[in-house]
Design a protein around this ligand. Structure first.
Ligand SMILES: NC(=O)c1ccc[n+]([C@@H]2O[C@H](COP(=O)([O-])OP(=O)(O)OC[C@H]3O[C@@H](n4cnc5c(N)ncnc54)[C@H](O)[C@@H]3O)[C@@H](O)[C@H]2O)c1
Length: 259
């Protein structure tokens, strides 16, 4: 039921913190993985490491900026040429412009719009192009990375005393991705295409100690931030037939932080 062997899975942002763990786990489960990301140099090492650790050679890198239509089409071409089909698209990239990450009152209108265009717009663009193939195939599975901040408010006090904040664009983008997921699930269901989202809580990534401590206080399970391995099982579930009657849902995986 949880088998994803020989499924072709395209993962945008597959070189990043979560994307790398997702790509590795899919390869370990025998899927054919296409990593779509920006950094060709990093890709070489990552691909070699995944192939070596999983003994799965069906791992491909395709340079792809998710906000560029030609790149989207080239990604689809390369995937079909190599593997002949696209079973699943994992929208996991995290595009941001150079001013991203400021406090609310310091975010310009232009930066707000640009970040929404890049992240939300990029998810729309790739999904639109890939869904054309999935419609032809009469099967497909789209998984969008949303966030706890797509449906709950930040606790701003956890960022105090650090350079970090929870950017206003992120709340708008991730909230929109959760509802885009519902829209697409309803629209694409008749073509046998499922669309769901995952909303992880904060993942440990060497953030400042005071932030980690304050964040962790609200985590019900184990009182700590997520590790990347905590999030891979839910992806395998969504990619597999174990979830074949599920669409339009937002799966929250945050150790109980938002309860
Ligand atoms: N890390 C967390 O705590 C966390 C929590 C909840 C949700 N998420 C979501 O999970 C996803 C992955 O997050 P992450 O922490 O691994 O991010 P990350 O920054 O570590 O990785 C993101 C990857 O996306 C790639 N990327 C950026 N712009 C791109 C573009 N235009 N086209 C293609 N690739 C592009 C980057 O090169 C990078 O490899 C994001 O959608 C993020 O919002 C992360």
């Amino acid at each position: 039921m949880f088998n994803i062997k020989n499924k072709v899975v395209v993962i945008t942002g597959g070189l990043g913190l979560l994307g790398n763990a997702f790509s590795m786990e899919c390869a370990r489960h025998g899927a054919s993985v296409v990593i779509a990301d920006l950094d060709d140099k990093k890709a070489k090492d990552t691909i070699e490491r995944i192939k070596k650790e999983t003994k799965n050679n069906n791992v491909l890198f395709q340079h792809c900026n998710i906000t560029n239509k030609d790149d989207a089409l080239a990604l689809i071409d390369a995937t079909l040429k190599k593997f002949g089909k696209i079973d699943a698209l994992v929208n996991n990239a995290y595009p941001k412009n150079k001013n991203y990450g400021k406090k609310f009152e310091e975010v310009s209108f232009e930066d707000f719009c640009e970040n929404i265009n890049m992240h939300l717009g990029g998810y729309f663009l790739i999904t639109k192009e890939v869904s054309k193939i999935m419609i032809k195939q009469n099967f497909g599975n789209v998984i969008n990375l949303a966030s706890i901040y797509g449906f709950s408010a930040p606790k701003f006090e956890i960022y105090e005393g650090t350079q970090m904040t929870m950017p206003v664009e992120y709340a708008a983008i991730k909230g929109a991705i959760i509802n885009l997921t519902r829209y697409l699930a309803a629209y694409l269901g008749k073509y046998n295409i499922r669309v769901n989202s995952i909303s992880p809580g904060g993942v440990f990534n060497d953030q400042p100690e005071s932030f980690v401590r304050k964040y962790s206080k609200n985590v019900v399970l184990g009182g700590k931030m997520a590790a990347t391995e905590d999030l891979t099982g839910i992806l395998i579930f969504l990619l597999s037939d174990a979830s074949k009657y599920m669409t339009g849902q937002n799966l929250v995986i945050d150790g109980g932080w938002t309860l």
